[in-house]
Design a protein around this ligand. Structure first.
Ligand code: ATP
Ligand code: MG
Length: 390
């Protein structure tokens, strides 16, 4: 029996109210997909996804009334979103059946039974439903067994061809949960990538999945796997394997986690495109011109930048290189620079961000800060007039 009392308070309250309203209205709601998986794993549940065979609109509207919330309707997905202050967003959907007319095309959707709704899903561990009226678990594809075995399994052989975004979902979920792909699923995934399945969906849809990967705590591992599988070739062309990729991705994760103001998407993208980026690579990403320039600068110019830094004859030359660097570029650079330079860069970046200094003053500032560190490191090199030698 699934223990709903282990849920955090807002989620528990949301389900209690769903149950109450459903009883009043004689509806039969099921908690489905991700939240059931996460409940069974004892992981934190965030989204509340509810499915019904009948009465989704009645439940959605009555629920919104009961919690003084708002309801938005998405007829193409047979879905309602109910929101209210202090409660998680509650998705209420009509159970649906899907048909894929062509690989990669969006499916045609009709109302269906609960079981139809479960077997159209991506993986067995997501094809689970919890009957909120009696606590029974519906598990037509042995998802509970796969949860127990820590395995990601598709429900049929055409799954990745039907919807190639599942290639990304499989890699993401495996890394997040520390699960492995069932061997047959793994073979299907590799076959789908090799057969060019990702060419059947738009670059925009691929980018959306890539951004979801960047958001994960395990982003470096996920992005590395996607790269190794060739799932990113559709965006960037086939690229030689790169022994430094993982180290760069880890560095980006560390920096982006430490400073949420940094543009995580730009930094991860630049780490991927290291040494060979063009604006064409980010087509479909939705990056503005400015962010695109930042990606290209970090990916292409940083290696030269780094060389310039180490070859510079003096600190004046060294820090004149900083003038046009973005906060993200400075951060990436700092991750691999000698310690005193790194500290100066880091301090500069913070100062630009906090508004302490203008970007245009960054150079002078960095010079001053670096000088302090240099003095610490080397006992200081001063000119005759006692001024720092910068
Ligand atoms: P997360 O914690 O990332 O939200 P999730 O499993 O809830 O994980 P969602 O993207 O919120 O993922 O999707 C909700 C559910 O819808 C999934 O659990 C899965 O059952 C189903 N689903 C989502 N995307 C697909 C897809 N491309 N193909 C089939 N089923 C999908
Ligand atoms: Mg979800």
């Amino acid at each position: 029996m699934i223990d709903l009392t282990s849920l955090p308070n807002p989620q528990r309250r949301a389900l209690d109210i769903v149950k109450e309203v459903a009883a009043e209205k004689n509806c039969r709601p099921f908690l489905v997909g991700g939240p059931v998986r996460d409940l069974l794993l004892g992981r934190q549940v965030i989204d509340i996804d509810v499915t019904l065979e009948d009465g989704a609109s009645t439940l959605a509207r009555s629920l919104a009334r009961a919690i003084s919330g708002r309801v938005r309707s998405f007829p193409q997905f047979l879905t309602y979103k109910v929101t209210a202050d202090g409660l998680p967003e509650i998705d209420i959907a009509t159970a649906r059946k899907e048909k894929y007319r062509q690989p990669g095309a969006l499916p045609s959707v009709t109302a269906g039974k609960l079981k139809d709704d479960l077997v159209r899903r991506d993986f067995s561990i997501n094809a689970l439903a919890l009957d909120l009226t009696n606590g029974a678990l519906h598990d037509p594809t042995h998802g509970e067994r796969d949860l127990h075995d820590h395995v990601i399994r598709v429900l049929h052989d055409a799954s990745f061809a039907d919807d190639p975004t599942r290639i990304f979902r499989a890699v993401r979920l495996a890394a997040r949960l520390n699960f492995t792909l069932d061997p047959h699923t793994d073979a299907l995934l590799r076959t789908a990538v090799a057969a060019g399945a990702l060419g059947h969906i738009s670059r925009e849809r691929v980018w959306r999945e890539v951004f979801l990967a960047f958001d994960e705590a395990e982003a470096p591992r996920i992005v590395q796997s996607l790269h190794d599988l060739g799932a990113l070739d559709i965006l960037f062309g086939a690229r030689p394997s790169d022994p430094e990729l993982h180290r760069r991705l880890e560095a980006v994760r560390r920096q982006a986690d430490a400073d949420p103001q940094l543009d995580r998407e730009v930094m991860f993208t630049a780490a991927l495109l290291h040494g060979n980026a063009s604006p064409l690579d980010v087509e479909g990403s939705g990056f503005s011109q400015k962010r695109t320039r930042n990606v290209v600068q970090i990916a292409n110019e940083l290696p030269r930048f780094r060389e310039g830094l180490s070859e510079a004859r003096d600190d004046r030359q060294r820090f004149s290189l900083l003038r046009n660097a973005s906060a993200e570029a400075l951060s990436v650079l700092a991750a691999s620079a000698p310690a005193h330079v790194a500290q100066a860069l880091e301090r500069t970046r913070e100062a630009v961000f906090s508004g302490e200094i203008e970007a245009s003053d960054a150079r002078a500032f960095a010079r001053r800060v670096a000088m302090e560190y240099l003095q610490k490191d080397e006992g200081g090199r001063m000119t005759d007039d006692g001024q720092p030698a910068l």
